[in-house]
Design a protein around this ligand. Structure first.
Ligand SMILES: [Zn+2]
Ligand SMILES: [Zn+2]
Length: 140
């Protein structure tokens, strides 16, 4: 998923932690919590690494490189790459909290039928049971 990536701001220094965290966000197929990002980029010096991740994420937010996302029912604050004009919807599993990206946006089809009405924003959140949890439930 290398599409629609934001440009690295010229004023932002490419430090090692920043590049590492950006790479993880770039590869992610779902929004990640700061804790998860810290885990994925893990560093031997664990304690201060977590605060580094937090600092870097805030810097990314200030530079519009990432956006904060909330997925309904999930408490954690999640971060994902700011794909600008491209947006992403998600389906959340009510049992294991796994988040699955939805590849299409049905709103785009709806707006075609709105006779010139310009939709400026919309929300679409799906929740349900993922395939894994569904299979576990069937075996029980
Ligand atoms: Zn599940
Ligand atoms: Zn949409």
């Amino acid at each position: 998923m290398k599409k629609h990536l934001p440009d690295w701001p010229k004023t932002l220094k490419r430090t090692k932690p920043r590049l590492k965290i950006f790479a993880v966000l770039e590869e992610a197929t779902e929004p990640l919590s700061a804790a998860r990002i810290a885990e994925l980029t893990k560093s031997p010096d664990k304690k201060s690494w977590y605060s580094t991740v937090y600092r870097v994420l805030n810097t990314f937010l200030e530079h519009d490189l990432v956006i904060k996302t909330s997925v309904s029912g999930s408490e954690a604050q999640l971060f994902e790459i700011n794909r600008k004009d491209h947006h992403q919807h998600y389906a959340r599993c009510e049992i294991c909290d796994q988040i699955t990206p939805i590849d299409i946006c049905p709103i785009e089809e709806i707006t075609d039928s709105l006779d010139g009405f310009r939709v400026m924003s919309h929300r679409l959140e799906l929740s349900g049971v993922c395939r894994h949890c569904d299979e576990v439930a069937k075996q029980a």
